[in-house]
Design a protein around this ligand. Structure first.
Ligand SMILES: [Cu+2]
Length: 147
């Protein structure tokens, strides 16, 4: 009887170890969530706020909310350039062609939200809206991705 109990116990232990291993893998693969809020102030200034300024390298899921009542925004992520962001000739938009690793979540109407999932390597990233005039009005933030 004891031998039989041992026989059953062993596979149960292996199964438990396997389940723990699978759970650990699922945990490791879960994207880090970053909540992003874009809004306009009555004085014309705009903001893009993150609920965290740092994430570990790997999968990241940006959950983006446009809090404006009347303005369309868009959400872009790129490697932060060494100097100031390259502006298009008119000066109202960032020249997206001169940014590295650009990923984009399209237009979000007033009150709308969306999400963008991507895998980030260590480094500095700039998160911004590139509707005309919005970057200059303050609609950008920096995210640090650690090793
Ligand atoms: Cu905007």
């Amino acid at each position: 009887m004891r031998a039989m109990a041992t026989m059953f116990r062993q596979p149960a232990r292996q199964a438990a170890a396997l389940l723990l291993g699978l759970a650990a893998q699922a945990w490791a693969a879960a994207p880090t969530p970053v909540n992003v809020a874009m809004s306009n102030a009555p004085d014309g200034t705009q903001s893009l706020r993150l609920d965290r300024s740092q994430v570990p390298a790997g999968p990241v899921r940006f959950v983006v909310r446009n809090l404006s009542a009347d303005t369309v925004h868009e959400f872009l992520v790129a490697k932060a350039p060494a100097g100031p962001p390259p502006m298009a000739r008119t000066g109202s938009r960032v020249d997206e062609r001169r940014l590295e690793g650009l990923e984009e979540l399209g237009d979000l109407g007033p009150g709308r939200s969306g999400s963008l999932s991507m895998r980030l390597r260590p480094g500095r990233y700039v998160l911004f809206c590139n509707e005309p005039g919005h970057f200059v009005a303050g609609m950008h933030a920096e995210l640090i991705v650690t090793e």
